[in-house]
Design a protein around this ligand. Sequence first.
Ligand code: HAM
Length: 460
Amino acid sequence: MTQFKSLPGFREFYPEDKAVQNHIFDIWRRTSRRFGFREWDAPVLEELELFTEKSGEEIVSQLFNFVDKGERAVTLRPEMTPSLARMVAARAGSMRRPIKWFAIGDNFRYEKQQKGRLRSFVQYNADLLGEPGPSADAEIIALCVESLRAFGLREGEFCIRLSDRNLWFLFLESRGVPADKVPAILSVVDKLERDKPEDLLKNAAGALAGTDCDPVAILDAVRGFVACDSFDKVRAFLGAGNAAVEARLKDWSELLGILSAMNLGDFIRVDMTIVRGLAYYTGFVFEAFQLVGQGRALAGGGRYDNLVKKLGGPDMPAVGFGMGDVVLRNLLDDLKLIPAYHDAPDFYAIVIGEENRAEALKDVAALRTAGICVEYAFKDGKFGKLIQTAEQSGARHALVYGGDELAAGVVKVRDMKERREVAVPRAHLIEALRLIAEHGLPCDQPKPGCDRQGGCGCSH
Ligand code: HAM
């Protein structure tokens, strides 16, 4: 018989795994809402051209694309930013600015499967549109930091590597690189840490073909620039005298000022090696990096001021980031920051004697309608065996439906840990079980002042 497996790079989520993923989604949602971001979504299947035109070469080479039955060239989305820009472009005129949106969605990239990189992953996106100044960049970076801190990650465990494509353009142009060649040089910068020196030189020469620039000199200049690992060093390296550079450095001061006012300065590392692979970035760019373990990127983002206009909308400055669930989850696992999985019911009902089942089911149904989590044993059996089933369910309390109890109009509620029972009148079952679910059984040996409602601290 054929044994089917899931495809390489695609994940299955058994309930324990799904619970962890839900925990991650929950933290992302709650943090976004604290910053006033609203949730949106888009189709997972999009027109191919949306990405071939708007993303970068690297992503385009990783598309899961095909021709559908209507002869349309389509692709599973590799990222969400072009869809967001299209949606904002379509309604920009009627939207109150700034637009602060977040999304949590499946993305697909045909990448070589490796630790931290899969072919299907979930990405959390947060984007702020309609605000051109550094306050927007700061807000997005602050949200990125907070959404990692909300998992219990601390300073020293991750940082934000901050850079600026705008400054890169100004710097390279000041060294004689024509504007249309800058993106190709930035692709070389992107691989500065990974490629061999001879490959870097070959690629730089290719990028500068047809210009007067000396690739060796440009590469030297690039190395000098990326060696600047603080704002002061960047400022000193670029020197005074260029009005555009000075104006940009003012934006830097403003951005860093806001981040330190928010007490986030210690998370920021100026790192000009970050240029981002995607084609649409225009200004500040950043990546969140883990500082423990394998030092992978947790998130990446930046400013993309032209994308909405390119998709038929008005001029609409924009900045945002995407954070994947794969690297994050590995890191949370390594640092033991994933809370224990708990999905046991509050109560587990057992029925002693088939003739009592209908009455028990009446209560089970009423309790569930009232929002109380109850499971019950489908089969009849001996008391000991049934109690064991209740124990295995993980419920803190069992509800015992026997003939004697029903005749007396009560249900026995048994604390599985303390092995103690109290009889609760069925007429008040819902109210009583709500209290018990929250506080435990009322105590039977109360200390003075105890209200017998449970949670009183009396020892039993
Ligand atoms: P990106 O850098 O391509 O940016 O992806 C952002 C994050 O998604 C990465 O840092 C990583 O955590 C996760 N990621 C990317 N590819 C994979 C993969 N194959 N497996 C697992 N995780 C992955 C973007 O996608 C931009 N659209 C982000 C953005 C939003 N920029 C502005 N707004």
